[in-house]
Design a protein. Structure first.
Lengths: 380, 267
């Protein structure tokens, strides 16, 4: 465990006696632990400054989450083709440091928060399972925190895998840019547990994905997971334009297709750089201008985000999809957070729910089913 | 109520308010520091408001119910060392949230040339409009860009775009000389030139399409151009017709044009 990179660990007194805290106390450096009755840095409120955001990555706050863990993916918005994804947020903020990270315009708490009450999250899942065990839900834990970068400390993966093994129709996805998988490999095989990596060519990792595992480390970890009976997924997202993008992304696809077989990999999602306009300011303050993200040519899109020119995006997607298909038509590739129009104008020439291999992901009956369970008064 | 001799009062809180203090009103102080009428030799006495039940923040808000962002920046600067000042309360009177970003923006603005600050006041630029200043490590190095913007006196939206693009370019690989050469006497033209450099690839792509268009025999009476709207760019075709017959004629000529040149060459 590489906990030296953190400046301090704050533990809410409310959870001091919990089994989770009692276990991790042995792992944390004693001189860096403080028990608190309230959130640390109470004066930092609202939009975080550059310094506050930087500091939030170095201070962990262990506390109880009092809201609902289980939520719909933010991609489920009007105008975007939603892939039916649900999220289970077991914390907030990431300990890695990608220049394009959307958390920069999303987070307003000045610490990396880890929720200690995973048992409450499991109760929520059990409630849903009581009604919908046979539906094919996809649930991910990597929306607002990396699923695995702190997992050797939290060991949340072990509890979740054990739970999901009881519901083989459901899929659990860990989404990460780390190489930390050893802590749960013994629980395999678990074919309904996807371990997924957000990947980019190594030159993009060097330039934009600070503090993350190298491409090679990510792929080696993926090989370990595959060998222990876990399914894989890869997210080539965000694709970042640069003069040699074709060469570098072609090489990335070649590496993936020679390391893995289509049957090892559940899905591959592809997306291009996008961010909220209000995120520009903190990105520029934190990473300067001489990088590929802040110097990119992005324009306001109809969904309010800044994106590359639509034709360029399509060219990038087409390139990657064709490259995968040139290896095998069995690779399932889909576009993340794009409009139905993008799908229609792409190689697929079809709406996503009609595309073989990925259509099921876009079946929206599941969203309604989950909403019904959670709107039930007994649950509230 | 305590009064003080005007000549004995300090002027270290002179934040250069844009409007003169009305002669008909008395001068006010906080202890020995003048809060207004900084350059009014007609004043003889000043009223000290520090002995009332009001806080310094309340007093300042009452004296200056309207302040531009630049004036707030200067006030923040001159009062920086005053420990009595409740900045959270003060800025809330002006609908601003006092946090580190606001503080850094105000400090950055203070370090810009006065004509630029005045332009910001005149056009009512906000924290968000000026957030780009926080990214510049060496503000004096871009003073002449800021002076050029002040000289140009563009509208708020155009000026904000010029400010953002010129600073972006200055912090990328472009020299200040290259950037300042893009400034002309027209704000429109300046913005156009800056955009050509900041969005070089996209602009070159549009130019290539428009150059291609020039070489084609376009149907008469139709205005056909390659245009960008946000993240989308494509052909924009405009025509005007007085009646159905003429409209049909133009639509037909457009169809013939499309049959000849097809869609594919534009993608």
């Amino acid at each position: 465990m590489d906990l030296d990179r953190f400046e301090h660990f704050y533990i809410h007194t409310e959870v001091e006696g919990s089994p989770f805290v009692q276990r991790i106390l042995h792992d944390l450096p004693k001189d860096k632990i403080t028990f608190v009755d309230d959130r640390p840095f109470p004066h930092s409120k609202g939009e975080l400054s550059k310094n506050e955001f930087d500091r939030s990555k170095k201070n962990i706050f262990f506390t109880r989450f009092k809201g609902q863990f289980f939520k719909r993916c933010p991609g489920a918005r009007p105008g975007l083709a939603c892939c039916n994804y649900f999220v289970l947020n077991l914390g907030l903020q990431c300990d890695m440091n990608c220049s394009y990270c959307y958390l920069q315009s999303f987070i307003n708490t000045p610490v990396l928060t880890v929720y200690t009450n995973i048992e409450s999250a499991l109760v929520e899942l059990q409630t849903l399972a009581n009604y919908q065990a046979n539906e094919s839900f996809r649930i991910g834990t990597g929306e607002v925190i990396d699923s695995l970068s702190l997992d050797d400390l939290t060991l949340f993966s072990r509890e979740l895998i054990s739970f999901f093994k009881k519901y083989p129709k459901w899929k659990l996805e860990f989404k990460t840019k780390s190489q930390k998988v050893d802590q749960f490999l013994d629980l395999g095989p678990a074919p309904n547990v996807l371990v997924s990596w957000s990947i980019n060519p190594q030159n993009i990792i060097n330039s934009e994905e600070h503090g993350t595992a190298s491409l090679q480390e990510r792929l080696q970890a993926a090989v370990k997971c595959r060998n222990h009976g876990f399914k894989l997924a890869f997210h080539i997202d965000p694709m970042i334009w640069h003069p040699q993008w074709k060469v570098n992304y072609a090489e990335l696809v070649d590496t993936l297709t020679t390391t893995f077989k289509p049957e090892d990999v559940n899905v591959i999602s592809v997306g291009a750089l996008r961010f909220q306009p209000e995120q520009k300011s903190i990105m520029r303050e934190r990473f300067g201008f001489n990088n590929l993200v802040n110097s990119s040519e992005v324009f306001l899109s109809s969904d309010g985000k800044l994106r590359y020119d639509k034709r360029l995006r399509q060219e990038m997607y087409e390139f990657v999809v064709k490259k995968f298909k040139s290896h095998s038509s069995r690779w399932n590739v889909f576009f993340c957070m794009e409009s139905p129009e993008t799908w229609l104008q792409s190689t697929y020439n079809s709406l996503p729910k009609r595309v073989d291999g990925i259509g099921e992901l876009f079946d929206h009956r599941l969203i309604k089913a989950a909403e019904e369970v959670f709107s039930n008064e007994n649950y509230q | 109520m305590i009064t003080r001799e005007y000549v004995d009062c300090n002027k270290s809180y002179d934040f250069k308010p844009l409007k003169d203090w009305p002669h008909s009103l008395p001068a006010y102080t906080w202890k020995e520091e003048l809060l207004c009428a900084f350059n009014d030799s007609s004043q003889s006495l000043a009223i000290d408001l520090s002995t009332t039940h009001l806080t310094l923040a309340q007093v300042l808000k009452d004296l200056y119910p309207q302040l531009s962002f630049s004036e707030l920046a200067r006030l923040y600067h001159v009062l920086a060392k005053n420990t009595e000042m409740d900045w959270t309360a003060f800025f809330s009177y002006y609908n601003l949230k006092y946090n580190e970003n606001l503080s850094l923006t105000l400090v950055a603005l203070i370090n810009t040339p006065i004509p630029f600050q005045n332009w910001c006041s005149e056009k009512q630029l906000s924290t968000r409009d000026l957030s780009i200043l926080r990214c510049v490590k060496d503000l004096p190095s871009i003073h002449f860009i800021l002076d050029a913007i002040a000289n140009l006196s563009p509208s708020k939206s155009m000026g904000s775009s010029i400010l953002e693009m010129s600073i972006e370019l200055s912090q990328m690989s472009y020299t200040l000389d290259e950037i300042i050469h893009l400034f002309s006497s027209s704000a429109d033209e300046t913005l156009h030139q800056l955009r050509q450099l900041r969005f070089k690839n996209a602009c070159q792509d549009s130019q290539r399409h428009n150059a291609q268009l020039q070489q084609l025999n376009k149907p008469q009476g139709l205005d056909i151009q390659w245009k960008r709207y946000g993240d989308r760019s494509n052909l924009e075709i405009k025509f005007f017709s007085e009646n159905q017959k003429k409209k049909k004629k133009k639509v037909n000529s457009l169809k013939r044009w499309q049959d000849t040149y097809g869609d594919e060459s534009w993608t």
